[in-house]
Every structure is written in structure tokens, then in C-alpha cells.
Ligand binder design. Structure first.
Ligand code: ADP
Ligand code: MG
Ligand code: MG
Length: 480
């Protein structure tokens, strides 16, 4: 049966005085355990403010949570195969490349390193995150929103969060509820991917390079990886550099190694480089190409990044495509089951039909360009406006059309920096992300596992819920 609202873990509202007191405790807990971010309005490296979070864990059906967790290794392997299928990537991205300069630039790097014979023989590291919303009209079963292959964030912060929720539940006298909160070891799991890649690289004095933005607002999430690795593997050195610094400070030696400060780089972990603004000049693109040409294990490699495009997601939903990669067995059916309607907007007959269908019923769809990082999709009337404009232009091939998923509501308190205390009870919806780690070459997979989860909850009437964008809030699942 479809449920329009999932029951919260404790009866709401919480009595005013108690609420004020636990919100204050939760904020201090969050600040003192690094559930934080830098303030975009008043950026200052000396201070960190709380990241927006949901006070109590949000309800999520146990069967759907388990389904997503169990599917992760299957999806990791699928994406690994997709990334190593040159013909498939070429055919799938062809039309979008003509009109999308950013994807075309990534693609050109891939072509270059392929011609040089590099990409295929090398190890890639994937720190992936598959995202889901529940579809209310389909018995709250999960549907995949997207699959992230680059800079999948919030593994660290959401690993910290359940401890806060447990503390708050105890304060409220609901300590026995804690058993319904799943363990989350995303941080250690993601770090184990980085260190395993380092070990496979096999050069003991090599370093690990994090590629970062000019200004990192989501600093806690990034630093925790660094701190965790430094604590568990003190011999490893981690360096943070922007693409521009990589352009200026690195070279490739005669062994093909990327060299920084006279040391070979074993692993390059991108927390930047997923959107056009992060490549303001040709220097950043040159840096990306240099890294790609080197023997360093890239997280992600350029072909992993291309496999994570929305266009590939849409192509995987076409008849026969999953079978091509996975055969016709049960895992294929399980993957198909999480797909929702995905349509190409290519300049052909089926693209034409999709355009007409979306113009006729805009509320049913989301229009998505080949972009990452949130805030790029179009909804409602904007879908119609954009499609009317692009109807007769090849430009539309840069987008895909996706059926809009309408999740059930949950009630909760969102705690934001600088907001009034206590917050009101609000209608929210949650998006689940499952983290996966994979390491392999075209021919051999060395490691493939599910390593944890994150829940991100937004106001029910917001289209998107980016936490860094200030719309969403970090959360933990409470399994029903
Ligand atoms: P990005 O790579 O920019 O994160 P997403 O595909 O995840 O792109 O879209 C951003 C957000 O938009 C999602 O987190 C979700 O809140 C919303 N969204 C995306 N696709 C859908 C959909 N099909 N139905 C409902 N909401 C969606
Ligand atoms: Mg994404
Ligand atoms: Mg997303």
C-alpha cells in the first residue's frame, strides 16, 4: 500500500522547553564533532559553523534500505564495465558532445589517453554514491535518482551524525529506539578504498593527492578523510592542491609517474573538477590531462567520470542495455526495478516523442543537463519553457528527461546555522545515498564493496536538496 507520510521515530511535536534544550545540545554536539561547514556568506578559515541537520533520524523502510545496500556492489561492477566499454560510451555520448562543451572536453581527454594506450591498462578507484528517492505511488519503493562517480560527498559527516541522533534520542528518553539506526561506517570504508589503491600502487614513498576547490566550504567532510587516513596509516602523506596548483607544481617523470615535491603520486582523489566553473582556464584542463596521462590511480579516472553522466544513466534504461552488461539474470531484474522513466532527447523520433510528452505534462518530469553538484535541473514550467526553446535545436541532446519521483513525506525539525530556535515541525522528504568502493582495471576487479550510506533531507516543496547549497540537511535513517 502506498503511504503518503511515514511515521516519525518519536511523537511530534516535542514540548517547547525540551525542544529548545535538545536543539542546543545537538548544535554543540555537531560543532564539537565537526558536523560543520564554512560559511559561504562570511567566509573565514578560522571558523566553522554547523552544517544543516535534521534533529531526529528520519524514517526509512528497512526493506528498501537493505535493497539499496545489497545492490551497491552490483551497481559498482555495472558502472566499472560501462566505463571500460569504449564503443558504448562513444555511442551514448556522441550527440551530447556536439552541444555540451564541458562533457566534450572530458571526452577529449579520454580520447587522448586512449590513443596513447594508457587508460585501459591502469587501475581506477571508484568512490561512488548511488542516490535514491522513494516513489510514493509505488509503495514507497526506492528509485534511483542518479549515480555519482566523482566527488561523492558527505560520507564523513554522515558517519558522525548517528552518534548525535543517538545522544539526542537518549536525552529525550527514547534510548531504546537506537537499535533501529543502522551502523554507518562510510568514512572508514571510503578511506579503505584510498589506502587499498595506495597499496596497489606499490611505491612506499609515494603520496596521496586530494584535488580541491580554490575555496572549500565542505571542509570538514574532506578533512575527515585526511585525518582518518593519517590516524590509521600514519606513514602516508596527503597533500591538498587545486587544479591550478597541480598545473604549476607537478610533472611527469620518465616512468610516467606524476611527481609533486619530488615524490611520485600514488592516488589522485578529486573533490573538485566535476563542474565547468572548476576549470576557469586552459591550465586546469591541462592539469587534468597530465594527471590522466600519469600512472597515478585516479579517483575517478576520466572514463569513470564519463560513465557517471546523466546520459549514460538514461542509456542504461533502454531495452537490452542492462542485459548486454549483466546478462539476463536476477541481478539485472533487481537493477531494472530501481530505474524510473528515463528518456533521450536526441534529435530523432523517440526524442521527438519525449519532447512532446514533457511539454504536455511538465509536472511529471525533470529535465537534466550533463552536470553535477546540484542546482542544474529544471522542473515544472521551466521544463516546458526550455523544451519549447530547444524543440528544433540539437542543443536538446545535452539533456535527458526523467520521470519525477514523488516521495512520501516525513515530519521533522531542521536545525540550521543562524536560524530561530526551536525550529518548527516541517514536512520533509529524504534522499538516500549508498556509498560503494571499487578498484580495478579493465580486466580485473581487486575490490568491490558497499561501505556505508548517507541520508539528506529537504523541505518537501523544494525541488532540490543540496546541503552545500543550503537547501538540504544531513540526516540518518531510522529503519521502519
Ligand atoms: P546532481 O548530480 O546535480 O546532484 P541529481 O540528478 O542528483 O543531480 O539531481 C539533483 C537533485 O534534484 C536530487 O538530489 C533530487 O533532490 C532532485 N531530483 C533529481 N532527479 C529527480 C527526479 N527524477 N524526481 C524528483 N527529484 C529529482
Ligand atoms: Mg550527481
Ligand atoms: Mg545528486
Amino acid at each position: 500500500m502506498s503511504q503518503a507520510r511515514l511515521a516519525s521515530c518519536v511523537p511530534l511535536p516535542i514540548e517547547h522547553k525540551t525542544l529548545v534544550s535538545v536543539v542546543e545540545k545537538a548544535k554543540d554536539w555537531a560543532l564539537m564533532h565537526g558536523v560543520g561547514m564554512r560559511d559561504k556568506q562570511h567566509f573565514n578559515k578560522d571558523t566553522i559553523q554547523i552544517a544543516p541537520f535534521v534533529l531526529l533520524p528520519s524514517p526509512f523502510p528497512r526493506t528498501e534500505f537493505t535493497k539499496a545496500v545489497d545492490l551497491q556492489p552490483v551497481l559498482n561492477e555495472l558502472m566499472h564495465k560501462v566505463a571500460h566499454d569504449d564503443k558504448f560510451l562513444e555511442n551514448t555520448l556522441q550527440n551530447a558532445l556536439e552541444v555540451d562543451d564541458f562533457t566534450a572536453k572530458l571526452y577529449d581527454i579520454w580520447l587522448k589517453v586512449r590513443e596513447e594506450g594508457i587508460a585501459q591498462s591502469q587501475l581506477s578507484l571508484g568512490l561512488f554514491r548511488s542516490d535514491y528517492l522513494m516513489q510514493k505511488a509505488d509503495g514507497n519503493r526506492i528509485k534511483q535518482v542518479e549515480f555519482n562517480t566523482i566527488a561523492s560527498s558527505f560520507g564523513a559527516l554522515t558517519s558522525n551524525l548517528p552518534a548525535m541522533s543517538r545522544y539526542i534520542l537518549k536525552q529525550l528518553g527514547y534510548g531504546d529506539m537506537i537499535k533501529n539506526m543502522p551502523e554507518n561506517r562510510a568514512l572508514s570504508g571510503l578511506c579503505s578504498g584510498i589506502t587499498a589503491a595506495f597499496d596497489l600502487f606499490g611505491v612506499s614513498d609515494a603520496i596521496i593527492l586530494f584535488v580541491v576547490e580554490e575555496v572549500s566550504y565542505n571542509i570538514c567532510d574532506q578533512r575527515f578523510h585526511e585525518f582518518y587516513i593519517s590516524e590509521t596509516r600514519p606513514e602516508l602523506q596527503i597533500v591538498r592542491k587545486t587544479l591550478n596548483e597541480i598545473y604549476e607544481e607537478t610533472s611527469i617523470n620518465e616512468k610516467g609517474q606524476l611527481v609533486l615535491d619530488s615524490k611520485p603520486v600514488a592516488v589522485v582523489y578529486y573533490r573538485s573538477g566535476y563542474e565547468p566553473a572548476q576549470y576557469p582556464s586552459v591550465r586546469e584542463w591541462d592539469a587534468r590531462l597530465r594527471v590522466e596521462r600519469s600512472t597515478a590511480i585516479k579517483c575517478p579516472s576520466i572514463h569513470y567520470q564519463l560513465a557517471g553522466t546523466k546520459k549514460v544513466q538514461q542509456a542504461l534504461a533502454e531495452p537490452g542495455v542492462l542485459e548486454k552488461f549483466m546478462g539476463g539474470g536476477t541481478p539485472t531484474e533487481r537493477v531494472r526495478d530501481i530505474f524510473t522513466g528515463l528518456y533521450s532527447l536526441d534529435f530523432d523520433e523517440s526524442g521527438e516523442r519525449a519532447v512532446e510528452m514533457a511539454i504536455a505534462d511538465t509536472e511529471r518530469f525533470v529535465l537534466k543537463p550533463q552536470r553535477e553538484g546540484g542546482g542544474n535541473n529544471l522542473y515544472g514550467a521551466d521544463v516546458r519553457d526550455a523544451l519549447l526553446k530547444m524543440r528544433h535545436s540539437r542543443e536538446r541532446a545535452a539533456y535527458i528527461l526523467m520521470e519525477r519521483i514523488l516521495p512520501p513525506l516525513v515530519s521533522g525539525y531542521v536545525v540550521r546555522p543562524g536560524a530561530e530556535v526551536p525550529p518548527p515541525v516541517t514536512d520533509l522528504v529524504s534522499e538516500l545515498g549508498i556509498f560503494g568502493v571499487i578498484i580495478g582495471t579493465k580486466d580485473k576487479i581487486y575490490c568491490n564493496k558497499q561501505v556505508g550510506h548517507m541520508l539528506r533531507t529537504k523541505l518537501a516543496d523544494a525541488n532540490e536538496g543540496g546541503v552545500a547549497a543550503g537547501l538540504g540537511a544531513l540526516d540518518s535513517p531510522y529503519l521502519l
